[in-house]
Design a protein around this ligand. Sequence first.
Ligand code: 18C
Length: 258
Amino acid sequence: SQTDDERALSDSSTEASAVPSHPLWPDIERITLEQLTFAQQGVGEGWEIFEQDGEMKLYKREKEVNGLVQDTLKAVHVVKGVTGFEMANCFFQPEYRFGWETTLEEMKIIEKVSDDAILFHQIHKRVWPASQRDAVFWSHIRQIPDSENPDGEPIWVVCNKSLAKDHPAAPDKKGKYTRAFLTAVIVCQTIITKHPNDEDELSRAEVTCKISYCSHVDPGGWVPAAATRAVYKREYPKFLRKFTSYVIDECQDKPVRT
Ligand code: 18C
């Protein structure tokens, strides 16, 4: 059965339904659309593939600032039997997060901006010998028509972005945690292989989800470049495998939701 949040989401139009008066709203709107464009770009010059497993491909673009890793990750995947809405919704809704996010120790909602925008404080697992990281970020989900195929399936996007300033509900506890800064975007689109004249209900065998995920994590503090790269090279593929299999399991006995 749908929760109120999910009902509000699937009923929402392509226009943002959030409270435009929130001070973060202009940033949320602009950065989400920028990140969508970035995720839709191909992987040309500057991108290097570092892992491939069937349809799942992970690329990195290396950058260092004063010896600190500022690499960007881009991943593409194709997952059978789930829809773009189902993928994006599981990535966004807090109740699913501990089911797939293996780097997490604690998660707190610090503010609900609207049905489709939430502020989170997360404490991540410690990687020895570095100090433990925390992060404060907004997360926004929205549906956008596919400009290249307006009659086709819409695009679902979720963007997560660290707050530029401290939030009173999650002050930076320097000494206890090192604050990390992230920008992550997941873009999901359903491909339907059903014949248009077929009046039967859409089945799981007739849907596939195309995913594109980009992430940039500034670990904050000091971490040797090789250690940061070793952690993310292990954690990003782990995340993609775990997240996609979690969504498949979560949805398999439920009606298809587009
Ligand atoms: O996008 C993902 N998840 C979202 C919901 O949680 C959200 C979160 C992003 C991750 C932020 C990471 C902050 C710091 C991480 C600390 C290290 C955790 C590793 C724990 C391992 C047990 O957008 C999916 C995220 C997928 C995983 C991302 C891992 C990124 C690691 C970046 C390197 C950090 C190195 C820090 C310390 C290294 C010490 C040797």
